[in-house]
Ligand binder design. Structure first.
Ligand SMILES: Nc1nc2c(ncn2[C@@H]2O[C@H](COP(=O)(O)OP(=O)(O)O)[C@@H](O)[C@H]2O)c(=O)[nH]1
Ligand SMILES: [Mg+2]
Length: 167
């Protein structure tokens, strides 16, 4: 498949924890790109039992919400890339918006870097956004010491947050 550089869609990944506001932000970005910039936007939503914000459920979106394969396809890079290529071929979007499930580990080694390395002729990854609910993080800090770098849970949380270009 030969794709001109002008057809390359931006791939916007938003990571973070469950209920961090990933879907809400993706919807805002999608709306703005569609309404204010006239871009063709497709959003890939996950189906891992995470609650989608109301407007997705109500179908109150002007842009395309793509169906997804059941299961965490972010854990399987080949499945994800095949799905993204199918969207590219069938819907020819300017922008693909997507969020991994909250339980996913780090996105740089599993998604972002492989796309950059092997599929940069088809997709242009946007800077990685990580959504964090600051109030919830502060509350959690009262239960476990988030400054304890030796704790496995703290390490997991910190790794996920630190990899973001924007938090
Ligand atoms: N107050 C407030 N609530 C928000 C905001 N963004 C998301 N939410 C709410 O937080 C909950 C989780 O948001 P969602 O986008 O589904 O989080 P996700 O699990 O990271 O995709 C939903 O009930 C949203 O309505 C925000 O900026 N302010
Ligand atoms: Mg979500």
């Amino acid at each position: 498949m030969i794709i001109s550089v002008f057809m390359k869609p931006k791939l916007v990944l938003i990571g973070g924890f469950l209920e961090g506001g990933k879907t809400a932000l993706l919807l805002k970005i999608g709306e703005a790109l569609t309404n204010d910039y006239g871009k063709r936007v497709v959003m890939i939503v996950n189906d891992q039992g995470e609650v989608l914000v109301d407007s997705v459920i109500a179908g109150d979106c002007r842009f395309e919400i793509a169906e997804i394969i059941r299961g965490c396809f972010y854990c399987d890079f080949q499945v994800f890339i095949k799905y993204a290529q199918k969207i590219l071929e069938e819907l020819m979007p300017d922008v693909i918006l997507t969020e991994p499930v909250g339980s996913c580990g780090c996105l740089m080694p599993t998604l972002y870097n492989p796309i950059q390395e092997f599929y940069s002729n088809e997709f242009e990854p946007a800077p990685l956004i990580i959504m964090v609910d600051a109030f919830r993080l502060l509350k959690l800090h009262q239960e476990i010491n988030l400054l304890d770098a030796g704790d496995y849970i703290v390490y997991f949380i910190a790794s996920k947050i630190k990899e973001g270009d924007n938090v």
